[in-house]
Every structure is written in C-alpha cells, then in structure tokens.
Design a protein around this ligand. Structure first.
Ligand code: PMP
Length: 351
C-alpha cells in the first residue's frame, strides 16, 4: 500500500494474467494459437513503408473497419476497433455500464469483468451457471442493469446458439447486452448477424485467438451506430482508437487470407477433440468445448498438484485459485506434438 495512491486505487486488485515464461516451455496457459499468423502478415511487416510511421494513423481506422465489415457482413459504420478486445471492453464498460448502473455477469466467466467493475465502480451481479455449467441466459431476463457474458464462455467452453441469444434479446430491449466472442471461431455461433435487428446488442471479437495475433493487440466491436458512437465518445485521442498504422495493415492482411484462417482453426478444433478423448481415457472429466481450450478435472488427482507436476516437466497450463475452479485445469490447445507431450506427462502423473 503506497501513500501516493488515491483512495480508489487502494481498493483495486490488479488483474494477473497467465504467466508469460522467459524459458522455453510448452505454453498451454493463455489460449494463444499454436500456429503462425497468415503468411501475408509477414509480408506486410517486411515491406511496411517506415516513413508512414511519421504520421498519425487514420483517425477513423476506415480501411481496417471496411475489411472487417466485409468479413463480418455488416456495414463499416457498425464496426469499432481497438487495441485488443480488453480495451474495447474497457471502453464499453465506461460508455454503457458505469454508475449508477449495475452489470450482470455469469459467476464463472472471463476474470476481467469483475476487475473492470471494480475499476469503474460498477455494481456486479453474478449469476450462477446452470447445472451443466452453461451460462443461464434466462436468469438475466429479470436483470435491470447491463448484461455481459462470453459466448462461448471462458473458461467453461460452452457456447449458446444464435436462437438462444435472440430469445434473450426479445426480452431485454432497454439495456446493453454485450457478448464477448473472443473464442467464437472455434465452433461457436456468432451473434453478429443479430446486431442489425437489436440496437442494444454489442458483440466484441479479437485477433488474438483464431488469427494468431495476440502479440499485436487488436480487437473490435460490432453494434448499432448508436452503440458505436457511445464507444467513440469515451475513447482517447490516438491510443485506444484508431489502432496504430502497422497493426491496421497487419490485421487487413490477416483478414484477406480466409484459407489460412480456416485451415488453422480447423486444425485447432481437430486437436481439441483428440485431446478431449485422450484426457477422458486418463480418467479426466472434460467439459464440451467450442473454444481453443478445454476445462478438465480428475476425480482422484489434485488439480494444483497436476499443475505443479506439469510445470516441473516444462508444460504450462492454467489453474485458477478460486473456490469454483480449484479442481479444474484449463488447457489451451497447442499443436498435436505439444498435446502428445502433455498426454505423456499426464500419463506419468495420473495414469
Ligand atoms: N475475452 C475473453 C473471454 C478472453 O479470454 C480474452 C483473452 N484473455 C479477451 C477477451 C481479451 O483478448 P484480447 O485483449 O487479447 O483481444
């Protein structure tokens, strides 16, 4: 505790992201993509005219928003971009959920939502998952404040279909519903097509997972022009939006390569299903996943001990030290070779 901190800062608990180790480990702890970004990304980085960095980027990020709009099949005026979806989420919290409002979230979901509630002084109402660990959409209907959830959810992996989301939006019309689709490309069903009909729906997405660009920091939101304008009202000058010129060029190159996108996400999905079967053969219970990770628990072996055992043998997975998740490990899907190594170590630890 420092005497220099304002009283509000004293109350805050910083978000601790998964470890980024300096040594070479098999890294299955922060849901990065094991495959490189589209080859066109490398070409952009090699050939980018450095003189362009002298200038501020286009204030409206128009070229990138148009490229995204084409891929997502929405008008460019319905698209917002930012430095990672975490930043887009931060702006959405400020624009739509700040006091005196409250925000409903699933009790188990992305751990940044409570951090942002805390940071922006928003009352958080946490709703339990249903008995199969799915986000309980029906419970949100009675809510009077905003609503946010990840779909597919993290770290549980289940995603609701578009019809279920539409049913929620038929009932909740006067508050913003924010759906975080960070993992949707690995088997979920996107709610983006619903943004045309429901002006209170904001969908966020990221280039960090299915586009293998976590190091670049690129995220976006899709929603009605009134929501997009809300986001632009709380952004700062050139930091949060537009995104920088180099990141924008890289993102456009990524969006142009549908073949690479489909091949790499298909490979991740196939490896996920193989991993799931092999974990089950070792006695793990594995939640069905529409993401690039699985959440698994072993009936007799302690998750924290498995985590340590894997770490000692050079494999990093995620163990959340919370009551609800203490018995679980979240394992990001790597290459087949990486998953072979994981299974080999788990055989030794739990077999
Ligand atoms: N939403 C969810 C559910 C996530 O798991 C993550 C990644 N940790 C993010 C958003 C943020 O992703 P990024 O800021 O890299 O776009």
């Amino acid at each position: 505790m420092s005497k220099f901190w304002s009283p509000r800062v004293r109350e805050l608990t910083p978000y601790i992201p998964g470890e980024q180790p300096r040594e070479r480990l098999i890294k299955l702890n922060t849901n990065e993509n094991p495959y490189p970004p589209a080859p066109g990304v490398g070409a952009v980085l090699r050939e980018f005219p450095t003189d362009h960095l002298r200038l501020y980027p286009d204030p409206g990020s128009l070229a990138l928003r148009e490229a995204l709009a084409t891929v997502l099949d929405v008008p460019a005026s319905h698209v917002f971009v930012g430095n990672g979806s975490d930043e887009v989420l931060a702006l959405a919290f400020q624009a739509f959920f700040c006091q005196p409002k409250s925000l409903a979230t699933p009790e188990i979901s992305y751990s940044f939502y409570p951090v942002y509630c805390n940071m922006y002084g928003i009352e958080r109402k946490a709703y339990p998952l249903d008995d199969q660990w799915r986000v309980d959409l029906g419970a949100f209907e009675a809510e009077s404040g905003g609503i946010i959830f990840a779909n597919p959810n993290a770290p549980t992996g289940h995603g609701h279909g578009r019809d279920a989301i539409a049913a929620l939006l038929e009932k909740v019309t006067d508050r913003v519903v924010l759906i975080d689709e960070a993992y949707v490309d690995f088997g979920g069903e996107s709610a983006v097509p619903l943004t045309d009909k429901y002006s209170n729906l904001l969908v966020t997405g990221t280039f960090s997972k299915s586009r293998s660009l976590a190091g670049l920091r690129l995220g976006y939101a899709v929603g009605s022009p009134e929501l997009i304008e809300g986001l632009t009202r709380v952004k700062d000058s050139f930091n949060s939006y537009p995104v920088d010129a180099l990141a924008s060029a890289v993102a456009i190159a990524s969006l142009a390569d549908q073949e690479h996108f489909d091949a790499t996400r298909g490979a991740v999905i196939a490896t996920r299903e193989r991993t799931r079967t092999r974990l089950e053969a070792l006695g793990f219970k594995v939640l069905p996943s529409q993401t690039n990770f699985v959440l698994a628990t072993h009936p007799t072996h302690d998750a924290a001990q498995i985590f340590v055992g894997l770490r000692e043998r050079g494999i990093l997975v995620r163990h959340f030290n919370t009551d609800a998740l203490r018995d679980y490990l979240r394992i990001s899907i790597g290459t087949d070779d990486e998953m072979d190594s994981l299974i080999e170590v788990l055989e030794a630890l739990c077999g």
